[in-house]
Design a protein. Structure first.
Length: 299
């Protein structure tokens, strides 16, 4: 009986001690995938709503929200924008990726630029591009914006290897494809992209689509158009796998012949400056028919 009484006293003492302690805090629950997607969508909506009227006028053709979401771009990521502009897509990414994210502008190699003929920039301009890009983006950065960096193909530092979540090739791969024979620029760029990406990283491609029935010579990229089958083959050869495609940028009104080039269409309208009737006809077609492809770096 004494033993039982002592045991009960000990149990009560332990219970009283435990009652006097504060319970450990319950860790916050991680947001569900659906809640996170909703929050990211709202953030992207706010960024897009803050753009200029001129930029917003192109949303129906460029579909920025749908495009970035399809490629899986999200706040906190490190994202490469190839041949970036003030808006498309670096300017949008700057605010969307947030303070935990990073946008890296990537330009073509200066040696590649010198093969653009009459459109080749001054070599000094190419050499200072990285500095100027960073300075331009830094001037736009707010307190909630992403970090900024700039690189050039064919000169990717070892420190950048394996640091990138997504690489965007928006309306740029035709340049690499058309100059492949002059310096293996597509092959080298895809190798650089593979080095930049983390295992399983994504490449998002938006490109002017040539009819599969067109000649390979015309669809080399010289006229802006490339075949979807050729793009897929190049990526697969470089060690990527196609994991998604979308027709969000398809335009069946764009039916180019081998006498056409893509810049006849909006927004450039290069062939109709002095021909109002032709300009109206081309404006009615709209922006080019484009493929939207999502590739993953193989482990």
């Amino acid at each position: 009986m004494m033993r039982l009484r002592m045991a009960m006293i000990a149990v009560c003492a332990l219970a009283l001690t435990a009652c006097g302690r504060e319970a450990p805090p319950t860790p916050p629950e991680a947001p569900s995938a659906a809640a996170e997607a909703t929050a990211n969508g709202a953030r992207l909506d706010a960024v897009l709503a803050a753009q200029s009227a001129e930029t917003k006028a192109r949303y129906p053709a460029r579909r920025p929200k749908e495009t970035l979401e399809f490629f899986g771009v999200a706040p906190g990521m490190t994202v490469v924008d190839t041949l970036p502009g003030d808006v498309w897509y670096a300017g949008i990414l700057l605010d969307y990726l947030g303070p935990q994210g990073k946008v890296i502008g990537v330009d073509y190699a200066p040696q590649m630029w010198q093969q653009f003929g009459e459109y080749s920039p001054d070599p000094a301009e190419s050499a200072r591009w990285t500095t100027e890009f960073v300075a331009n983006m830094q001037a736009k950065r707010g307190a909630d914006a992403a970090a900024v960096a700039a690189l050039q193909f064919d000169a990717i530092p070892d420190t950048a290897a394996g640091t990138v979540d997504v690489v965007l090739l928006s309306r740029s791969i035709h340049h690499l494809m058309r100059l492949e024979a002059q310096g293996a620029w597509l092959t080298k760029a895809l190798a650089d992209i593979g080095r930049l990406l983390k295992p399983g990283g994504i490449v998002g491609v938006e490109a002017h689509r040539a009819p599969e029935s067109a000649s390979d010579a015309w669809a080399s990229g010289e006229q802006g158009y490339v075949k979807q089958s050729a793009v897929i083959a190049a990526f697969e050869k470089a060690g990527f796998e196609l994991v998604g495609s979308s027709e969000m940028h398809a335009n069946p009104k764009d039916q180019p012949t081998e006498k056409d080039f893509v810049w006849r269409l909006p927004p450039t309208l290069a062939t109709s400056e002095n021909d109002p009737a032709l300009r109206a006809q081309l404006t009615a077609i709209g922006e080019s028919d484009r493929m939207t492809l999502k590739f993953r770096k193989r482990a």
